[in-house]
Ligand binder design. Structure first.
Ligand code: MN
Ligand code: MN
Length: 472
């Protein structure tokens, strides 16, 4: 080949900070501030769903259930939200073209690792009042002791009333914690492997120590806790059976580093991609040919099971309803065609290379912080098992869109082979026939109570999702 230009034939992603001028850098840091605000407002999948629906409504989205029930007429070009049991959301900026020809989807998840109250949480022991928890998702249990914690969730009372519980982030609120053993007496504990030195049944939340001293003489600490919840929220102990209380870190999300180039905070896997895709779809103002969809799923951290997870038929149902709304023909084949012709980014985080743990990565095939949106061709473990391995003809189209828009991107694996592995919603969406690749923000300290991302990666991921939705 003549006129060879080495810069054109080599592919060496560099730090996105190096490629941005002062104005762009300011934009990126500003965008990061909005994200920090978001992280400080939402701590659960329900709160995330509410946030997404509020923003969508402000941008003119209608409830798609009103289309389904015939309350409003479906108009191609209009925008709709669809809520799945309060914990998962689909946003659709519809296009002029028949959705049976395929749609462009960005799919993230809004659940995050945490501790859930057990159905019978309260007990007391030697002068302490506690709540028992069951951990949710893949956590290093020792990271959840000796840090401030908040309670977030809902209780449905016997008469069907929904009560929001939120304790720990208002200045007057108390916080909670799980105690750990002092190092002076930890000789036995420290000999154990890290997965054993905090047993799961020790993840008990400290709730108080004062007994209730009421006239009836119910002088127990447990009674104090139950009485407190009754006085404050009108809920009785039995109502805990119909509650979802999540224990989450009480740290505020914030900028990290002298240059404020990072965001630190809880729940960034995967609310960083959820936020990027939400901002991306809300930016769409131009008329579209193909419908753009953002899917915010639940239960990803526990394998996407359940009727709010990506393995349920909820997403297919939405596509079926969308196809039906478009032409009022009840035809399963149109739904199948829609799915088989659709393209999707599985908007989930990847493991960012961490020099402190370099041995956990293949340095030539890992996602680097600040080098832009990170694609993972496959996840899984032990020889790509349990993975959707993205098709190159599809990746070529995605990369072409990113290149045209000047979006910095990188492609990687998750970590060194045979060390572990993981999965995303990609495999379940691929089962429906959708072309898909994992594509999101690299994260440090993933699944820890305080995770770290780069503001440059957040910004470029947001741009990547927007470009994908309007150009694919
Ligand atoms: Mn994730
Ligand atoms: Mn995860």
């Amino acid at each position: 080949m003549a006129d060879k230009n080495l810069n054109e034939i080599q592919f060496n992603p560099v730090s996105a900070w190096e490629t941005m001028d002062e104005t762009k850098t300011k934009d990126v840091l500003n965008f990061g501030e909005g994200y920090i605000d978001f992280l400080n407002q939402v701590h659960t999948e329900r709160q995330s769903a509410d946030f997404i629906i509020t923003k969508a409504k402000e941008s003119g989205y209608d409830d798609f259930n009103d289309v389904i029930t015939g309350k409003i007429k479906f108009v191609p070009g209009n925008k709709y939200y669809y809520c799945i049991h309060g914990k998962s959301v689909i946003l659709a900026a519809t296009g002029s073209e028949d959705p049976a020809n395929g749609v462009n989807i960005v799919g993230s998840h809004i659940d995050a690792p945490r501790l859930d109250f057990k159905p019978n949480p309260f007990y007391e022991d030697n002068g302490f009042g506690y709540a028992k928890t069951h951990y949710y998702g893949g956590i290093k249990k020792y990271q959840w002791t000796a840090i401030p914690l908040m309670l977030k969730g809902v209780v449905f009372t016997n008469d069907g009333k929904k009560i929001d519980i939120s304790i720990g982030d208002k200045p007057e609120d108390p916080m909670f914690t799980i105690t750990d053993l002092l190092p002076h007496l930890a000789a036995d504990q420290m000999k154990k492997g890290a997965s054993e030195f905090i047993p799961a049944e020790n993840l008990n939340i400290l709730l108080g120590s004062m007994p209730l001293n009421d006239e009836e003489g119910n002088g127990s600490i447990k009674a104090y806790i139950i009485n407190y919840l009754y006085e404050k929220y009108g809920i009785v102990q039995r109502d805990m059976a119909t509650a979802e209380i999540e224990v989450v870190p009480a740290f505020k999300a914030c900028s990290i580093g002298f240059d404020k180039s990072f965001t630190g905070g809880y729940g960034q896997d995967d609310r960083v991609c959820a936020y990027a895709s939400l901002m991306g779809i809300l930016d769409i103002n131009e008329p579209l040919k193909k419908t753009a969809i953002c899917y915010f799923s639940d239960k990803e951290e526990v394998g996407s099971m359940g009727n709010t997870g990506a393995r349920s038929v909820a997403f297919n149902n939405f596509i079926a309803e969308l196809c039906y709304a478009y032409d009022n023909k009840d035809s399963e084949i149109r739904t199948r065609r829609a799915l088989a012709s659709s393209n999707m980014l599985s908007a989930d985080v990847s493991a960012g290379f961490d020099p402190n743990f370099a041995e956990a990565f293949d340095k030539t095939n890992c996602a680097y912080i600040s080098r832009g949106v990170a694609m993972e061709k496959y996840t899984g473990s032990r020889g790509k098992s349990g993975a959707s391995d993205a098709n190159p003809e599809f990746i070529a189209k995605v990369v072409n869109i990113f290149n045209k828009a000047g979006v910095p991107w990188q492609i990687s694996e998750m970590g060194r082979m045979d060390l572990g592995g993981g999965g995303t919603i990609a495999q379940f969406m691929a089962d429906l026939g959708i072309n898909i690749i994992d594509c999101g923000v690299p994260v440090l300290s993933m699944h820890a109570p305080f995770e770290v991302t780069s503001k440059a990666d957040l910004y470029w991921t947001y741009k990547a999702y927007y470009e994908f939705m309007i150009n694919m």
